[in-house]
Design a protein around this ligand. Structure first.
Ligand code: ADP
Ligand code: MG
Length: 247
């Protein structure tokens, strides 16, 4: 599904990604771990097409087509979803307005009919309900005044409604208490653990991986993937730290 080859990228002229190779197949969940500053968020931004992130070498394809040639909204319409490490607040725009606009823009871009108000409301009730989020919260401005945990939960509601094929989740678990972590982990499994979908999960914590159970684990250090393995690699990292494993 996603194929990254020798990807190099720079921010403000500073090289951050230095040759990433990564292939993610349909039905797979890949975890990326690694020390702070190693380029994990940069990788997710480059794949999502955030302005200011310059690809200097290499390629990334989604289902064989050149992902890097597409604008951010085209990548979203192609099925890519990015969960932010620090979710943005959007004053003046309610969650439901925001999501209905996003869903319908993507449907139009794919040549599909827009969802009616009724169908959208049903979908948002169902997805918010699955994540214990009230419709009152759905009507509030996006993330404004939400706690850290509520923002992350809201991202899962967004993901459930948008129903992407490939989700890149950047430290979705940061700032969550145990119960919220369970809700978010179960949400990832429920929404994304499907044969035609895939997930790139950036995390520091074994706790989330105990719930989501990745098929592959990679260690990113210094802008490169320095180790890859199965779920056991995450346990090794937890025991021995990045220093020993990434050396
Ligand atoms: P991680 O998510 O793994 O903690 P990041 O991708 O956020 O790492 O950052 C990787 C490196 O890129 C860090 O050294 C960081 O300081 C640098 N960096 C990120 N954004 C910028 C920027 N806008 N300008 C300059 N350097 C940046
Ligand atoms: Mg980061």
């Amino acid at each position: 599904m996603l194929n990254i080859e020798n990807l190099h990228a720079a921010v403000d002229g500073k090289a951050i990604l230095k040759g990433i190779d990564l292939a993610i197949g349909a039905g797979e969940i890949h975890a990326i771990m690694g020390p702070n500053g190693s380029g994990k968020s940069t990788l997710s931004y480059v794949l999502a097409g955030r302005p200011g992130y310059e690809v200097t070498q290499g390629s990334a394809t989604l289902d064989g087509s050149d992902l890097l040639a597409l604008g951010p909204h085209e990548r979203a319409a192609a099925g890519l979803f990015l969960g932010f490490q620090y979710p943005v607040e959007i004053p003046g725009v309610s969650n439901v307005q925001f999501l209905r606009t996003a869903v319908n823009a993507q449907r139009r871009a794919r040549g599909e009919a827009e969802l009616s108000a009724g169908d959208f409301l049903r979908l948002s009730r169902e997805q918010a309900g699955a994540l214990d989020m009230s419709m009152d919260m759905m009507k509030r401005p996006v993330n404004v005044g939400f706690s850290g945990g509520e923002k992350k939960r809201n991202e899962m509601v967004q993901m459930g409604i948008i129903d992407p094929r490939l989700a890149i989740l950047d430290e979705t678990d940061s700032g969550l208490d145990i119960d919220a972590l369970r809700i978010v982990g179960d949400g990832i499994n429920r929404i994304m653990r499907k044969p035609d979908k895939a997930v790139l999960l950036i995390t520091h914590y074994q706790r989330l991986l105990d719930i989501v159970q990745p098929d592959f684990v990679h260690v990113l250090a210094g802008g490169r993937i320095v180790r890859s393995g199965g779920a056991e690699l995450a346990h090794e990292l937890e025991r021995e730290g990045y220093g020993a494993v990434a050396a």
